[in-house]
Design a protein around this ligand. Sequence first.
Ligand SMILES: [Zn+2]
Length: 249
Amino acid sequence: MERSVRVQALVLSHNDFGEADRYVKLLTPDRGKISALAKGVRKMNSRKAGHLEPFTIISAQLVQGKGSSWIISQVSTIESFPGLTDNLESTCHAAYVSELTDRFATEEYSNFELYKLAVETMRRLSRITDHFPVLRYFDFRLLDLAGFRPQLHSCVRCGNEIIEEQQFFSNILGGVVCPKCGMKESGIVSISSRSLKYFRYYQTHNFSQAAAAGWPADLRQESEIILTNYLTYFAEKKINSQIFLNCIR
Ligand SMILES: [Zn+2]
């Protein structure tokens, strides 16, 4: 077991511990998710505190504490996104990304692509005004990385090609269901042809293409509900920041 290690990481979240300490959840490019203790970080004169706020990219020296837990001995900021914390809605969106990333990340198991996606999404949220396409693009890439890419071109039940009509979406089956199979299926929701078109486009294009396509205002609610429910189904627990986001609307 290593006694000390230097990591680069994205701060996902933190939790107060004891009187002055805090557990910080970190996502690293080469070691997956790490939970580390930041001692004395809630004291007024803490020099570490400012570097350990959520959505900050840091360089940290971790040392092995008692048992197998990590303790943060040194930390500095590599990149921060002040724009993500200066208003409630942006903070909510960054928290949504952070929480979903946390749910799908594995402890101390390398997943460079997930790290890259989370960091790129934070950067996009901080510089692009319209967050909706940024978040939906994140949803589709996360589903790909997690192995839950929804099937959007043929019916998940009978395999027939989905033509433009009133089709459905099934979380359990992981994709679209044709109207005929939909009559026999439970736990499905309808998805409009227009929303499905955007789902397919975002699933198969890169970010600049997706951002250029945008997402029509009248389809946003329907699309967001279907995607968030699908992600929630796999994340098992409800996505807290999404619930929070729905509250402030
Ligand atoms: Zn079918």
